[in-house]
Design a protein around this ligand. Structure first.
Ligand SMILES: Cc1ncc(C[n+]2csc(CCOP(=O)(O)OP(=O)(O)O)c2C)c(N)n1
Ligand SMILES: [Mg+2]
Length: 661
């Protein structure tokens, strides 16, 4: 071990971090300074990586779960030789730089996931470790290992406090993810001060109880840390937690150990004093000691060699296993829409869209071999379980059905990790009402542009007897408010199959499917191009005779209701056009001609959706009639609720009649 080089490299991390935060006059110097040695060990001694090819599939992953310490990551990526110039560090937190306040996936090379919302990164890492396990099971052979890497995490007190990390860590142990190693930066400081204020549990014993292998040591003893990592790797069945006692802001002469170093510049004087103490000219800026440069330069050849060796092994594996190689290519290439054979549903067939979704999923297993997923303990209700594909468990890593347990938040974050790793297409399910429990992870999927698919069933008050706690009303609106999340609410089984196809072909972000508990009738569709036009978010289901006096826009289960309402209106119903709007956001993005063709400008509009009216004005105009649920629901059989809330054909017709000639 190159003790001197490591010390110099750690000094470089401290100098770069102090200066960047000072120059930006904003940021978090405490963590990068406190974890400088650990960061150098991770990037210099522990990680299998190649700065020349950040996308190398068999690289070890490193997740900075405590994303506020972003300068630690940026400093190390720069020092290792990733494509991150010093000038980027000098424009830390500035518009257009590659060094945003918190690490952002896709913006900065070498950043494996977007972090900052505490608890998410460590939970993403569980998904990454699961992906490694699944791909290894599928592709490695007795002669060749093409997937064999570790997932490392640096988590802080905040990560350990957030509930989502408990959900994910509990599952990680259950699944026996032995190649997951978490360093816990135990500096016992958070924003308000000492952890004595609110966090006095024994984290190590908590992880012991989950079934992790745990270690406890000093953040400034490199040999001990490397020893722990070696020990951690010996047990292939247990993830490892390495608790490291550290000092926040270490190296700051008067502020080290203080919460004041957490999230504010140290101040000009303190920075100068720190540089003096480190034996660096106090006027220097963004100084990288020669020893630090030499240390990382000395690593490059070894990194490149390991990568080349892997490449040779991969070639040998590919020629010895052409079938596996062909499957590999399918895993890592865009989906071929032509290969998606979807089940057909007949007009008049009565089926809940959750059931139709289950049927579609069953048919997709073979067509989309990298599709994996499951539910937060609601598979029988969400229809997310695919028979014949096996369960992913510690002893059966080839299984494709995931069991997340009752852990929606962890499930969302884990699915992000599954996508981030590369090679897999995950879906996950729960009741729509509990999308709230995973919303932070859904939002991050949208920010990162990850094509996770959410199967949200029981999508309205028509859930019935379970009552208002289980009846979503504001959830569609809340999900639609997330940019880059596409919410699809299909109106029947045929639309459900089409929605799945749209979700699978989406690569730029997540898709939420809102599906019913109750049966819906598959209806005739006036638009012969309806499957095509769904991409515009809406299409014509039943037209009026002549120009429409009223366009009735409905979504999901309410398309059936809209058609019944048209009937119930008798002759006046002939003047009503019914539109199924599977996605409000896609419709808002549709070409203006298509929109005005479907909803003629200036015409009367009504909206039928068993949810809140919030947001519908964007589509239906300022004076639309809304038939929906701007309140919480009731516990009763669905039919009674419909009557009570005016959500049946008779009530809707009565409300619309005065609008018609
Ligand atoms: C979910 C979430 N809640 C709150 C915050 C705001 N926040 C950022 S850092 C922090 C304290 C973190 O403490 P710790 O992880 O111990 O980091 P350290 O102060 O040791 O650097 C908080 C509350 C956040 N980033 N994410
Ligand atoms: Mg802390």
């Amino acid at each position: 071990m190159h003790t001197q080089g490591i010390a110099q490299a750690a000094a470089a991390v401290r100098l770069l971090s102090m200066d960047a935060v000072q120059k930006a006059n904003s940021g978090h110097p405490g963590l990068p300074m406190g974890c400088a040695e650990l960061g150098v060990l991770v990037y210099g001694e522990i990680l299998k990586h190649d700065p020349g090819d950040p996308g190398w599939i068999d690289r070890d992953r490193f997740v900075l779960s405590a994303g506020h310490g972003s300068m630690l990551l940026y400093s190390l990526l720069h020092l290792c030789g990733y494509d991150l110039a010093l000038s980027e560090l000098q424009s830390f937190r500035q518009l257009g730089s590659k060094t945003p306040g918190h690490p952002e996936y896709g913006l900065t090379v070498g950043v494996e996931t977007t972090t900052g919302p505490l608890g998410q990164g460590i939970s993403n890492a569980v998904g990454m470790a699961m992906a490694e396990r699944m791909l290894a099971a599928r592709f490695n052979t007795a002669q060749h290992t093409v997937i064999d890497h570790y997932t490392y995490v640096l988590a802080g007190d905040g990560d350990m406090m957030e509930g989502v990390s408990s959900e994910a860590s509990s599952l990680a142990a259950h699944l026996g993810l032995g190649k997951l190693v978490v360093f816990y930066d135990s500096n016992r400081i958070t924003i308000e001060g000492s952890t004595e204020l609110a966090f006095t549990e024994d984290v190590r014993r908590r992880f012991d109880a989950y079934g992790w292998q745990t270690f406890d040591g000093d953040a400034y003893d490199p040999e001990q840390i490397l020893g722990f990592v070696a020990e951690a790797k010996k047990d292939p069945h247990r993830p490892s937690l390495i608790v490291l006692h550290s000092v926040i802001g270490k190296g700051a002469p008067t502020l080290a150990g203080s919460h004041e170093t957490h999230g504010a510049p140290l101040g000009e004087e303190e920075v100068r004093a720190a540089k003096r103490a480190m034996g660096v000219p106090e006027d220097s800026q963004f100084h990288v000691p020669t020893g630090a440069q030499e240390y990382f330069q000395g690593k490059r050849e070894g990194w490149a060699r390991a990568h080349t060796r892997w490449g040779e092994g991969f070639e040998a594996w590919a020629s010895a296993n052409p079938d596996k190689k062909a499957e590999w290519d399918r895993f890592f290439s865009p989906l071929d829409p032509g290969g998606l054979a979807l089940p057909e549903f007949k007009e008049g067939e009565k089926m809940a869209t959750r059931k139709a979704s289950g049927t579609v999923l069953g048919a997709l297993g073979a067509a989309v071999p990298n599709l994996v997923g499951g539910s937060a303990d609601l598979a029988p209700s969400n229809n997310t379980y695919v028979k014949g594909l096996g369960d992913f468990q510690a002893g059966t890593p080839g299984g494709r059905n995931l069991h997340f347990g009752v852990r929606e938040h962890g499930m969302g974050a884990i699915c992000n990790g599954l996508v981030l790793h590369g090679g897999l297409r995950p879906y996950c399910g729960t009741f729509l009402v509990f999308s709230d429990y995973m919303r932070p992870a859904v939002r991050l999927a949208a920010i990162m542009g990850l094509p996770v698919i959410y199967v949200f069933t029981h999508d309205s008050v028509f859930v019935g007897e379970d009552g208002p706690t289980h009846q979503p009303v504001e959830h569609l609106a809340a999900l639609r408010a997330i940019p880059n999340l596409v919410v699809l609410r299909p109106g029947d089984a045929q639309e459900t199959a089409a929605a799945w196809k749209m979700a699978l072909l989406r690569t730029a972000g997540p898709t939420a499917l809102a599906l019913t508990r109750q049966n819906l009738t598959v209806y005739a569709k006036d638009d012969p191009q309806w499957r095509e036009n769904l991409r515009h978010g809406a299409y014509l289901v039943a037209d009026s005779d002549g120009p429409p006096a009223l366009v009735l826009v409905a979504t999901g289960s309410e398309v059936n209701l809209a058609l019944e309402t048209k009937q119930a209106l008798g002759a006046a119903g002939g003047k009503v056009r019914v539109v199924s709007m599977i996605s409000r956001e896609l419709f808002l993005d549709a070409p203006p001609e298509y929109r005005s063709h479907l909803l003629p400008p200036g015409g009367r509009r009504a909206v039928l959706e068993a949810g809140v009216s919030y947001g519908w004005g964007d589509i239906a105009g300022p004076e639309f009639v809304f038939i929906g649920v701007d309140r919480f629901g009731e516990s009763a059989p669905a039919g009674k609720i419909a009557e009570h809330l005016g959500l049946n054909a008779a009530a809707a017709a009565a409300k619309l009649k005065p609008l018609l000639p």
